[in-house]
Design a protein around this ligand. Sequence first.
Ligand SMILES: C[S@@+](CC[C@H](N)C(=O)[O-])C[C@H]1O[C@@H](n2cnc3c(N)ncnc32)[C@H](O)[C@@H]1O
Length: 281
Amino acid sequence: MAKVKSEAAADASETKERYTLGYSSQTIQQLQRRTAVREAGFLLPHLRPGMHLLDCGCGPGSITVGLAEAVAPGQAVGVDIEPNEYRSAWLQAAKTTGINLHFGCADVYRLPFAANTFDAAFLHNVLSHLRQPLAILKGIYRILRPGGVIGISHPDFSGQLISPSDPLLERDHELYWRLVEHNGGNPAIGKHQRGLLHDAGFVRVEAVAKYSTVGSQDGVRMRAMYGGRRFGGSAIAQQMIDLGWTNRAELEQIIAAWRKWSEQPGAFMANATVTAVGWKE
Ligand SMILES: C[S@@+](CC[C@H](N)C(=O)[O-])C[C@H]1O[C@@H](n2cnc3c(N)ncnc32)[C@H](O)[C@@H]1O
């Protein structure tokens, strides 16, 4: 398979990986709204009570909670490279869920587990931030037992739909895309997942693309608020300014463009998410 963009970039660049979204309380709260039913619904039919499951790059763990319920009394383990920012969310999640859920610190490039340990693995919005997704998936293949299942889900922002369009909203898209790539990720990784799982050794790989849509008054208002937050003093905005790609005045214009967009009666936006499942033979 041809190299996906982020791996090609890794060869060419000395830039280190950096998790673009950061760990502001707003970002963490946003992640905490995620659920296994919504975000891991494609994997749930393949989970069984008693399985041993790993959620890689689990963030605050709100999806892991639902995965733990699906495999109980089997154990679910959530790992993330940043334990400090998530500590209180993890304590809360483990308290409400029971004894079969554990969280810990681990780098997905060097998972500290023996071969053939888990029956199921899950990654949601993690590979899109990392340079070498194939190396990570090969590592997960190693720690899955024969017959084990993997489920992965990532966006592909190359399929973005937006109306009415506006050069400033296109600039937003371009700036964010460039920043994710600069930080070592791939904002269009979704479409590569089937190939990546296949190249990592998984079989019977199936992938599906779905659009998440912003097409109601409330949805449009929320998206415009998010656009404002992203460019209104966040770590993302600061990094773009530090890199010399933009300045506060342009970011203010982008925020105003989101507001104007949200006031249009026909405002609509949608982005593709690709999910894929595969098995270790
Ligand atoms: C967008 S968040 C997704 C969190 C969670 N999977 C979810 O969907 O709610 C990406 C997560 O990947 C974690 N991460 C980034 N690099 C990592 C690495 N090398 N090893 C483990 N986790 C990593 C970040 O700390 C962050 O929590």
